[in-house]
Design a protein around this ligand. Structure first.
Ligand SMILES: *Cc1c(COP(=O)(O)O)cnc(C)c1O
Length: 386
């Protein structure tokens, strides 16, 4: 049996995989089992922030691995304190809870929102408003938060207390706030899985205003958009809002699993001892890697993200077979005339790995992808769209 056959035999069939076995790589180049090289425009779904085999990150992770690989949350540990302090200082948030994934970061946000509302307004206030076409994770509760029926089918009943409204519809939002008296509004500034769709600034401002008026918590899911991906450290920073809770994961660890839930002034002390926890949360190896990643997401790098984004847009706007380009920074969606699967296949044949989001080609390259590789990849994508 080869790897692909053994995978179908022994691994649960939840993933539709591309026919590539990735065995190694360096930076923005990855290699398959036959030695074929690809330019990686997907980074493991926005996870490998600085590509594959990044030496600084490996050094940080290895040093911690050689010191101690796990301590449990029964003891203090330096890397997670360092990481939490960095996250707070760079966002103005006050405290952090660490977990292992985006779904768990959102679960923590949801528990915190319910507790905040229960303490302040009574336990009958618990509804969380989310947006249609959103994605917040695969657990039964984060599925309830996810405003896409396709993910709910056959898994009902989901956790009650969620209601989704159409994105960018201020009237519907205002109505839902009156009707449900929600505890929180949870949203992505750029809907990633939903098709790389940035929210309209006026709608985000309306959510922030309603939240402030009614003491509703503003919870931003930065699992995919976060950690420099959109050209600012977190995407909410481009919308001029001050969230009460920010969740992040994917790119934070640079390739190792870590999730973080950041609390603002209102929420910093909502969760007390014994109210939440995670055995692996704040694992020192993952945290040491994340400290390295975060320390390198500086103004220079972010300017580079914007410049590379502009280069991609310039090269593909108006190209044959390209209908439109959406997104922010290095989180871009390309709507193509050809079916997306066909475009991705042609890209793979010609040495470029890209992924999809709904009917779009989704690009999530490393934040430090060298310009020559980026140009090559864009040329391949352009040709594949024709
Ligand atoms: C990927 C993603 C999640 C889920 O993260 P996992 O680590 O897979 O649990 C949640 N929210 C958004 C916006 C995501 O893109």
């Amino acid at each position: 049996m080869n790897i692909q056959e053994a995978d179908s035999r022994y691994i649960a069939g939840t993933y539709a995989r591309f026919p590539v076995v990735i065995t190694g790589g360096k930076g923005s180049l990855v290699t398959d089992e036959n030695g074929k090289q690809y330019i990686d425009m997907g980074t493991g779904i926005a996870v490998n922030t600085f590509g594959v085999g990044d030496e600084e990150w490996i050094a940080a992770v290895t040093a911690q691995l050689n010191a101690v690989q796990h301590t449990s949350n029964l003891y203090y540990s330096k890397p997670d304190v360092q990481l939490a302090q960095m996250l707070c200082e760079r966002t103005g948030m006050q405290k952090v809870f660490f977990s292992n994934s985006g779904a768990e970061a959102n679960e923590c946000a949801i528990k915190t929102a319910r507790k905040y509302a229960a303490d302040k307004k009574g336990s009958e206030v618990y509804t969380i408003l989310t947006l249609e076409n959103s994605f917040h994770g695969r657990t039964i509760t984060t599925l309830a938060a996810t405003g896409q029926e396709v993910f709910h089918k056959d898994f009902t009943p989901l956790t009650p207390g969620f209601h989704s409204v159409p994105a960018n519809d201020i009237a519907a939002l205002t109505c839902a706030v009156q009707k449900f008296q929600p505890a929180a509004i949870l949203f992505e500034c750029v809907q990633g899985e939903g098709g790389v769709l940035p929210l309209e600034p006026a709608f985000v401002s309306a959510m922030a205003e309603l939240a402030a008026q009614h003491d509703i918590l503003l919870v931003v899911d930065e699992v995919q958009t976060g950690n420099g991906r959109t050209g600012t450290l977190y995407s909410y920073m481009q919308y001029g809002i001050k969230p009460d809770i920010v969740t992040t994961a994917k790119g934070l660890g640079g390739g190792l699993p870590i999730g973080a839930t950041l609390f603002g002034e209102k929420t910093a002390d909502v969760l007390g001892k014994g109210m939440h926890g995670s055995t692996f949360g704040g694992n020192p190896v993952c945290a040491a890697g994340a400290v390295n990643i975060l320390s390198r997401i500086n103004d220079d790098l972010l300017a580079g993200v914007q410049a590379k984004s502009n280069d991609i847009r310039r090269a593909l706007t108006g190209a044959k077979g390209v209908k439109n380009i959406s997104g922010l920074g290095l989180m871009l969606g390309i709507e193509t005339e050809k079916p997306v699967a066909e475009v991705l296949e042609r890209c793979r044949e010609n040495g470029v790995l890209a992924i999809s989001a709904k009917n779009k080609v989704r690009l999530l390259p490393a934040l430090n992808i060298p310009d020559d590789l980026l140009q090559k990849a864009v040329a391949v994508i352009k040709q594949a769209c024709e």
